[in-house]
Design a protein around this ligand. Structure first.
Ligand code: FNR
Length: 382
């Protein structure tokens, strides 16, 4: 209604609320290198497309006369209260998209009370982003470095700076074959990465003869060596538990057996995610594995979801298929590219309003009322 009211005075939104239009205008603003850093996917892009197509395979079946005028969107996940079941996914090196990078994102998220997840590859320090977030809820995403001192240093700094939940990304222990980035020799990323979190970390710097500012190529090589190329096994999770006393969430789960292993490992949550189609080309759509995983783990862990969420209807579908909350990736990055903090807020507000309306108009008063009964497979008369 705010948009319609402003329309009476001839004021229209600062940029489009349509997901495809948002990506298209970000492309014009950013130019090809930074744009493809965000939009790119692994290999042929098959998984990225599958993520979207999977949402189209489900249709919402609206219910009438359910007294849905007043709705309560809030949920609590792992002790974090949120105004709606939506978080901002970790996205590295956001300074590629806007000079304020993660500071702008954290401020926009805090304004709306939406939690954000700070990437290990963020372009501002853990402490700077915490300060920008103020009282806003924040989680920390770990790319697990191959040096225990660096790992412990990052975890203790994140804990001290008020990050409540640790999200350990499992599916990107080395970078996939990403043609758009490879064609540009990762230049946008490498140009932005000089300020990324590891470079400011005392334990990371202690392993260098010269400060990263004085010899960036050597620092980047150490960074690449520590943060890529090392896969691990389930028994190594104990190390993280020893050094993180809050909830731990594993991001990148796609197989039911891995979800069960996560339960056995005693973690608090999982993110059913395929990294937005950026890792295994040809992998199954993230939404397609969600229902079986949700069934398999029941209430033993919190199930979060990402990869392909673009609209309020997508949020409704993911929740109905078993997610407690969803993470949004590329759309907020495009908002950041458009107008920093204001842009992220604009995208988020649009998504939350869309979710609110779709939830209510389909006959639900809260996320908890959503179940598979709310959906039907397209093609089955849909
Ligand atoms: C990511 N993602 C990601 N994930 C992570 O755990 N750490 C990171 O640093 C990054 N960096 C990153 C950069 C960019 C440009 C993108 C697009 C994605 C993955 C991200 O957290 C999330 O899983 C996906 O973005 C979700 O898919 P959608 O919403 O982008 O389709």
């Amino acid at each position: 209604s705010e948009i319609y009211l402003q329309g009476l005075s001839g004021v229209v939104p600062p940029f489009t609320t349509d997901p495809a239009g948002l990506a298209a205008s970000a492309r014009e603003l950013l130019g090809p290198g930074p744009y493809w850093y965000v939009a790119g996917a692994a290999g042929s892009g098959a998984t990225d497309r599958a993520n979207r197509a999977a949402f189209d395979d489900w249709r919402i079946v609206p219910r009438m006369l359910t007294d849905a005028t007043t709705r309560h969107l809030g949920v609590t996940v792992l002790g974090t209260e949120m105004p709606a079941p939506v978080l901002l996914a970790p996205i590295g090196v956001q300074s590629i998209l806007h000079p304020d990078g993660e500071l702008a994102t954290a401020r926009a998220a805090a304004e709306l009370g939406v939690p954000f997840v700070l990437s290990t590859a963020a372009s501002h320090t853990i402490e700077e982003v915490a300060e920008a977030a103020g009282d806003g809820a924040r989680w920390f995403q770990l790319y697990w470095p191959d040096d225990p001192d660096v790992c412990v240093s990052l975890l203790s700094r994140a804990r001290a700076a008020g990050y409540g939940v640790l999200v350990v990304t499992l599916d990107a222990w080395t970078l996939a074959w990403r043609p758009h980035d490879l064609d540009r020799a990762y230049l946008p990323f490498l140009r932005g990465v000089g300020t990324a979190i590891p470079f400011s970390d005392p334990a990371f710097r202690a392993g260098l003869d010269r400060a990263p500012e004085d010899d960036l190529p050597v620092a980047i090589s150490r960074w690449v060596r520590l943060f890529t190329g090392t896969d691990r096994s389930w028994d190594r999770l104990d190390f993280l538990r020893e050094h993180w006393d809050g909830p731990i969430v594993l991001k990148g789960i796609q197989h039911v057996d891995d979800a069960r292993k996560a339960v056995d490992a005693g973690v608090s949550g999982i993110v059913v995610s395929n990294h937005g189609g950026r890792q295994v080309d040809g992998a199954v759509a993230s939404l397609d594995v969600l229902p079986d995983i949700a069934d398999a783990v029941g209430d033993h862990v919190e199930v979060l979801f990402d990869s392909g969420v673009r609209t309020g209807a997508d949020v409704v579908k993911a929740l109905a298929l078993g997610a407690k909350a969803v993470l949004i990736g590329r759309p907020f990055a495009y908002g950041l590219a458009h107008d920093g903090q204001v842009g992220v807020r604009h995208v988020l507000r649009g998504l939350l309003a869309d979710f609110d309306l779709t939830l209510g108009l389909s006959g639900h008063r809260s996320p908890a009322e959503l179940s598979r009964d709310a959906l039907r497979r397209a093609g089955a008369g849909g």
